[in-house]
Ligand binder design. Sequence first.
Ligand SMILES: *[C@@H]1O[C@H](CO)[C@@H](O)[C@H](O)[C@H]1NC(C)=O
Ligand SMILES: *[C@@H]1O[C@H](CO)[C@@H](O)[C@H](O)[C@H]1NC(C)=O
Ligand SMILES: *[C@@H]1O[C@H](CO)[C@@H](O)[C@H](O)[C@H]1NC(C)=O
Ligand SMILES: *[C@@H]1O[C@H](CO)[C@@H](O)[C@H](O)[C@H]1NC(C)=O
Ligand SMILES: *[C@@H]1O[C@H](CO)[C@@H](O)[C@H](O)[C@H]1NC(C)=O
Ligand SMILES: *[C@@H]1O[C@H](CO)[C@@H](O)[C@H](O)[C@H]1NC(C)=O
Length: 599
Amino acid sequence: MFARLLLYGICVYPWLSSEISASTHNMSYMRSILKVLADGQETWTNTPIFRGRHVNQDELADLIRWLQLDLKVATYLFTTSQLPKETDLLAYQVSNTSVLTLLFCRSSEELIWYHLDKRMWHLRRSRLIISLPAERSGSYKALLTMFQKIWHLQFLNVLVVHKEKIYGYTPYPKVNYFEIKLEGNKRLFPGTSSNYQGYTVSTPVENDLPRVFFVRDHQTNERYIRGFAYRLFVEFLRQHNATLHVTNAERDHSPTSSVNMSWILQLIEKKEVEISVHAYFDWEMGDSSYPLLITANCLIVPVRNEIPRYMYLYRPFHWHSWLLLLVALIYISGILFGFSGRRSISQSFLQSLCHLLFIGNSTRVYQPSWRYFFVIMQLALLGFMVTNWYGNELGSFLTTLLVDEQVDNMEQVVEKQQKILVKKYEVSTLLRHVIPPLIEHVARLVVGVNASEQVTALLSFNRSYAYPFTLERWEFLKMQQQYAVKPIFRFSGACLGSPMVGYPMRMDSHFESPLKYFIMRIQAMGLIQHWLISDFNDALKAGYVHFINNDLPVKALDMDSMRLAWLVLLFGWLMAIFCFICERRLQRERFACFLQIQD
Ligand SMILES: *[C@@H]1O[C@H](CO)[C@@H](O)[C@H](O)[C@H]1NC(C)=O
Ligand SMILES: *[C@@H]1O[C@H](CO)[C@@H](O)[C@H](O)[C@H]1NC(C)=O
Ligand SMILES: *[C@@H]1O[C@H](CO)[C@@H](O)[C@H](O)[C@H]1NC(C)=O
Ligand SMILES: *[C@@H]1O[C@H](CO)[C@@H](O)[C@H](O)[C@H]1NC(C)=O
Ligand SMILES: *[C@@H]1O[C@H](CO)[C@@H](O)[C@H](O)[C@H]1NC(C)=O
Ligand SMILES: *[C@@H]1O[C@H](CO)[C@@H](O)[C@H](O)[C@H]1NC(C)=O
């Protein structure tokens, strides 16, 4: 029994041990590659080394020593034992130009790939050499799987070393690899290319006015996509010899439908889609491209209550001034009464009213004294100024539209109980930008709906709500009211931060760097603004937007406009009747008195 066990052990042991230590990475070959690179044009100062399973530790230690002593580069050894943290990402410590990474692994399924993925965050364009052990199959399919994994992680500048052979790859238009000769080759690394060789980018496209939207030509019944975000992306692909495949092109996109960004972002997070043409902000699970725009995100609010026209009569003067004029009237009446030789108080009152209104006096004055002359002169000047000022103010009011105080910050939004219509998945983003003391109040005003409902309300100018809007969207929609005398919405100062609007894309996308430079060039040329404005006509034709109908700018004064004047007249009549009755009474008493005396 024991002998059998022993025999078994003897038979099994070499097999077991070979399983553990057999991964023979030819370190001397690796050394010669690195030597060729160092002697050639490649320079680097940092060498992160990722060690997968079954790597001979002694050989690796030798290699590290050689790297440090002979090539004078710093090395970092990463294994699967410690979990990568946000804080110790390599990208914070080194730049891609100084990095050459080594990975020793056996298959594309090992845990070390996860570590490579996390640690090499934003270092995808740096150089990477992957060493595979000799035991691994060198079949076309096996190697292709390896390169597909590399492409899945979006490493572009990669060499794979297997059985003293070196392979490079290109992902464009499909993942494909080729052998590279070590001897007599100055540039081993294939480098990154900006020619995508007909690579196809697949992504769903929905309506998202004005960044992306579908337009149908009624004559040819063909469908186009417009919008600056779409145009920019397509132009980028065209320049780099790639094409866009719209995965949901057959679907019908009605003008009131709107993109469900949380769906798109989920697709990108699951890596089903690598990039979306729907420029967006607030996105944490992946990367965003270089920003197309950095714009204020504020509430657009309905323009508030126009002041009724009868109030225009009152508006030219502040109530302080009205009060002062009243006091002046009484004062001047007193003065004139003094001059008139105590003739009649009511006549003095009427006279002072005439002076204030700058109208001719009814009484004649013969041979006025100098004093009287100067006083009247002053009164004439006063009357002239007051009436002219008033008349001019009133005239200018009638040429425009007087409106009340507008909602311009969050406090006023709360005060006026202005409801805010928000897409459901953006509610938390909105509340995050509200100052803490107001969050509770604002949360009560927020109405969360699905995207298409919001767009429907907005495009039909539903004035019951305010809407959070980025400035560029507003500039587009504002064109609808460009000819309107009476605007319907306005961009308020109640802002919710200034988001960076960029294309959401998967982490470490190969598009990042070329897209960045392309966006910069487009911005420098001002094409985004140009597209934004030129797309308005298409949106108009497709029925997304329409010009707002004008009320007739000239409006005749009607009875209602005179309401304040009527009130004054009514008040005057009532006063007159009151005085008349009083006088009648007084008269009768006197008459009675007179009769009594006669008796
Ligand atoms: C390692 O590579 C060298 C060439 O650099 C070769 O001469 C040697 O035989 C290889 N060793 C093994 C074990 O394959
Ligand atoms: C480093 O990155 C920049 C742009 O991100 C790229 O142009 C450059 O080629 C990269 N360097 C190397 C050595 O990969
Ligand atoms: C674009 O890609 C095609 C492959 O689809 C290739 O034949 C062509 O040469 C490329 N054009 C340029 C300008 O590189
Ligand atoms: C938007 O997408 C999310 C995630 O896929 C989904 O849960 C939600 O129902 C979608 N909303 C609408 C209105 O389709
Ligand atoms: C949005 O909500 C409305 C009513 O709540 C519903 O009729 C409509 O189907 C929804 N739209 C989507 C795309 O789910
Ligand atoms: C605006 O929205 C409110 C509430 O949803 C609705 O009652 C009203 O009919 C809408 N107005 C217009 C003009 O669509």
